[in-house]
Design a protein around this ligand. Structure first.
Ligand code: AHG
Ligand code: MN
Ligand code: MN
Length: 336
């Protein structure tokens, strides 16, 4: 039977978005159009990442390629592609990128009602050795007919209307939530389409893996230190957790989402606010985790309740399986 060996019902990400849209008769398809421009950016970065090693070889002499153009670093290139794709969608008004100090306000002529916050290339230290990297994005909606201001993006994560990431790994996977669960799509390179391969992702209630940069251990606060100690020497007689840490948030979170467990980027004495950025790293991942039945905690509060005061603000983050995050919350509560 042909259908057994081949996927014949190809639920592309666009078809999926159109299906979702049809549930809202008043919708004019703006989100679907915005999404297709994000998807275009992801496909471009995927291709660029795949060719990165080769492109570098070609560009070795004086950092110029065969056409005599200067080679752009992958994160700068990715940023340019996303900014241009998002502006040209005609559906955005404010863009916040990890790569740009200031937010981009879209000119009135091509303005829409969505704000997009994003990290065009996350995990850049892993580019040169071919390890998985990704793009992270979150989307806010502004009120109709009001002049957009920075306050429209300095909103708690729970106000996002959608969030997702694309992982450039052994395959290219886009994980998306528009607030009604989480779906995963895999790029079929021969079709150039993202196909629904992971419908309605739910994170296991408890996991067997913890993920953290343990090299920072000497600077941790006591709840984090106690938690990691418990992962290795459980007090209840259960098996110790395994440690997995890639150093690309997208890859570490993707594994956590599918296999369960916990991902931590805690505060430490050197970085009291941790390392990861609230708007385009912490919020989108926290949004996806909650939508998949997990939790995300900052050490003080539910991550999605945090109100950012500046666009590149950082926060500690603990996210993953419901029960595992519950344990770290209890340790922080005990010392509050
Ligand atoms: P970016 O490459 O966008 O600057 O972010 C890298 C981040 C994130 O992907 C990862 O979780 C974290 O940095 C790893 O940090 P450490 O090297 O301190 O562990
Ligand atoms: Mn990043
Ligand atoms: Mn980045």
């Amino acid at each position: 039977h042909a259908a057994d060996a081949h996927r014949t019902d190809l639920m592309t990400i666009t078809r999926h978005a159109l299906n979702e849209q049809s549930k809202f008769p008043e919708s004019r398809g703006d989100f679907t159009i915005l999404l297709s421009h994000i998807v275009l950016g992801c496909k471009f970065v995927c291709t660029a990442v795949n060719k990165a090693g080769l492109a570098k070889l070609i560009g070795l002499a004086g950092e110029t390629n065969v056409q005599g153009e200067e080679q752009k670093k992958l994160d700068v290139l990715s940023n340019e592609v996303f900014i241009k794709a998002l502006v040209s969608s005609g559906r955005t008004c404010i863009l916040v990128s990890e790569e740009d100090e200031e937010a981009t306000f879209v000119a009135e002529s091509s303005r829409g009602k969505y704000c997009v916050v994003f990290d065009p290339l996350d995990g850049s230290s892993n580019i040169d050795c071919g390890v998985s990297i990704g793009t992270i994005f979150g989307i806010y909606l502004v009120e109709d007919g009001v002049e957009p201001t920075l306050d429209d993006v300095l909103q708690p994560g729970k106000n996002m209307v959608a969030a997702g990431y694309c992982m450039y790994g052994s395959s290219c996977t886009l994980v998306l939530s528009t607030g009604g669960g989480v779906n995963g799509f895999t790029l079929d390179p021969s079709l150039g389409e993202f196909i629904l391969t992971h419908p309605d992702i739910k994170i296991p209630k408890k996991g067997k893996i913890y993920s953290v940069n343990e090299g920072n251990a000497k600077n941790w606060d006591s709840p984090t230190a106690k938690y990691v100690e418990k992962c290795k020497y459980p007090e209840d007689g259960s098996a110790p957790k395994s440690l997995r840490y890639i150093g690309s948030m997208v890859a570490d979170v993707h594994r956590t989402l599918l296999y369960g467990g916990i991902f931590l980027y805690p505060a430490d004495k050197k970085s009291p606010n941790g390392k990861l950025r609230v708007l385009y790293e912490v919020f989108p991942m926290a949004f996806l985790m909650e939508q998949a039945g997990g939790q995300a905690f900052t050490g003080k509060e539910r991550a999605l309740d945090l109100i950012p005061t500046s666009i590149h603000e950082r926060s500690p983050i603990f996210l993953g399986s419901y029960d595992d995050v519950e344990e770290i919350k209890a340790l922080y509560a005990a010392e509050a």
